[in-house]
Design a protein. Structure first.
Length: 179
């Protein structure tokens, strides 16, 4: 039978793809100038070797790449959730990293929820659904609020501290009675 030989060949290709694709190379924007002469030929070789099966990884969104000692980008975002009182003033309900405004922190900061709201350079696809859910939750708990909003403040992370920007992006506001 030919099936054992075909199966062995497919397994060998999968292992080879994993080894080549999993070669930890720094991203282009994080490669120091002195390393580029060494890293770029490796990156080109990986692209050429993967060329026959590259469609498979893109189609099924699979990859063996991971960063060994990765660190977050210094440009991050701090979540603010607020409720608007009848006098049109906003009251802070939750702010990331603020123990005085930590309502629902256990839910929001849980690892299973991070992916729905934690932006990098843009919000994830699930951000709108998260915004609708969390603002509805705030209005359900606080009958004194006429509206609730979620927004992100760009911050810069430095040596053990962060610098707030005072500006906000990706605001999601829900009015009481809004579906």
């Amino acid at each position: 039978m030919r099936w054992p030989a075909v199966r062995a060949g497919v397994i060998a290709v999968a292992i080879a793809f994993g080894l080549v694709d999993g070669c930890p190379l720094p991203t282009r924007d994080h490669t120091p100038a002195w390393e580029r002469g060494f890293v770029e030929p490796l990156r080109d070789a990986r692209r050429i070797v993967e060329l026959p099966v590259a469609w498979f990884g893109r189609t099924f969104r699979i990859s063996q790449q991971w960063a060994l000692y990765q660190s977050p980008s210094p440009d991050r975002f701090r979540m603010w959730i607020e409720g608007q009182r009848a006098d049109r003033t906003w009251q802070l309900v939750y702010r990331a990293g603020d123990p005085d405004h930590a309502e629902d922190a256990a839910v929001i900061e849980h690892a299973r929820v991070w992916g729905t709201w934690d932006p990098t350079d843009r919000p994830p696809a699930e951000y709108t659904a998260f915004g609708a859910w969390i603002t509805a939750r705030v209005l359900d708990r606080h009958h004194e609020f006429a509206a609730a909003r979620l927004r992100m403040e760009p911050i810069a992370i430095g040596q053990g501290a962060y610098t707030p920007s005072g500006t906000f992006q990706w605001a999601h506001t829900r009015l009481r009675g809004q579906p």
